[in-house]
Design a protein around this ligand. Structure first.
Ligand code: PAZ
Length: 340
């Protein structure tokens, strides 16, 4: 986002001490607490899926903001496969990004109005779903109803990177009670830089001075306290996106060594729909008893294992790589949970 890193990054504590929580935080947390309680009592596994991109507002009365490309496809698609696998899903997503089930009828790729037929000879005019669309609609609708009637999908939204960080901290602290039964699937595209409230212009930035120079601060590395303090027993999966393919593995390994969590899924912007790489400590791969709360400095990168996962879209254009990603994570999470 910004080209130069000139300042020491905010620590997570500094961030939460100086940046205000979103106004709906308490209500959001109260609802999630109920959801977690219900599913924990039923001994059900829970996954927190984060999805979509965060914004960085440039003004307090926000007219302009920085954003990123993420539509939330990875998160929304994966949430459906986690539901199919029997998980209760907390879907924390960017407002108006793709959501499980409704994503099949997104306004750009498969607009709702295009699959309706109208018979204007009847009075009143009759509207039907085109027969070619029925099988898919029936399948999506029945999964949607099952999730809603069974209360297995809970959604909540963020917009800014500030909302995201506050929500993630609060939810992970609530999920502490789940022990090893919780999986974190952090697929949101989170800004690396932000403008602290104290540095923001109150009103719309004026254009009179010609070019605009903004110095942003680095967003705190939230994975560190997430792994070592807020949810020490959870199975944590983060994503690493790169555009330079040569950086993918080193950056994914770097994140794993730094934070000491369970899996980093690396993906290249242009290949992400058909290829990802799992990077994980060998102990998690083999299912041998891992050590929760192990300090990252104790994790030896030479023990990391890379597993590529690819699908052939030319052979099977309807296949979604998230199906295989989720199946593999469910397997690894099961090993993790039963190693306790
Ligand atoms: O939302 P989407 O399906 O278009 O993209 C998914 C993704 C590339 C944002 C996700 O797979 C990912 O890599 N998230 C983490 C990005 C990061 O490195 O911050």
């Amino acid at each position: 986002m910004a080209s130069e890193e000139t300042q020491a990054p905010f620590s997570a504590e500094q961030f939460f001490a100086t940046q205000p929580p979103p106004p709906t935080l308490d209500e959001d947390v109260a609802r999630v607490r109920q959801f977690i309680k219900r599913h924990t009592e039923a001994n059900q596994k829970i996954v927190l899926v984060t999805s979509g991109g965060t914004t960085v507002p440039l003004e307090l009365n926000v007219v302009r903001f920085l954003d990123n490309f993420s539509a939330g496809t990875r998160g929304a698609t994966s949430a459906e496969y986690f539901l199919k696998a029997g998980y209760a899903v907390i879907f924390m997503h960017r407002q108006f990004s793709l959501q499980p089930f409704s994503r099949h009828y997104s306004h750009s790729t498969h607009p709702f109005l295009d699959f309706l037929d109208v018979d204007e000879h009847e009075v009143p005019a009759r509207i039907d779903v085109k027969s070619s669309e029925r099988p898919q609609l029936l399948s999506v609708l029945s999964q949607y109803k099952q999730a809603h009637e069974g209360g297995t999908l809970h959604t909540l939204t963020f917009v800014t990177v500030n909302d995201y960080l506050w929500l993630l901290r609060a939810l992970s602290q609530e999920l502490y009670v789940c022990g090893r039964n919780v999986l974190f699937y952090l697929a949101a595209a989170v800004s690396d830089f932000f403008l602290p409230r104290q540095k923001m212009s109150e009103h719309k930035i004026q254009s009179g001075k010609g070019s605009l120079h903004i110095e942003m601060d680095q967003v705190p590395k939230i994975l560190k306290p997430l792994v070592s303090e807020w949810t020490r027993e959870g199975f944590i999966v983060s994503f690493k996106l790169e555009t330079d393919h040569n950086l993918l593995i080193p950056k994914a390994r770097g994140a794993l060594a730094r934070y000491g969590h369970q899996v980093v899924i690396g993906n290249n912007l242009h290949r992400r729909k058909f290829e990802v790489v799992f990077v994980a400590p060998a102990a998690v791969n083999s299912g041998t008893r891992p050590t929760p709360g192990q300090e990252p400095s104790e994790v030896d990168p030479k023990d990391f294992v890379e597993t590529w996962l690819r699908i052939d879209l030319a052979k099977d254009p309807h296949k979604e790589i998230e199906e295989d990603i989720v199946a593999e994570l469910v397997r690894r999470h099961q090993l993790w949970a039963s190693a306790a």
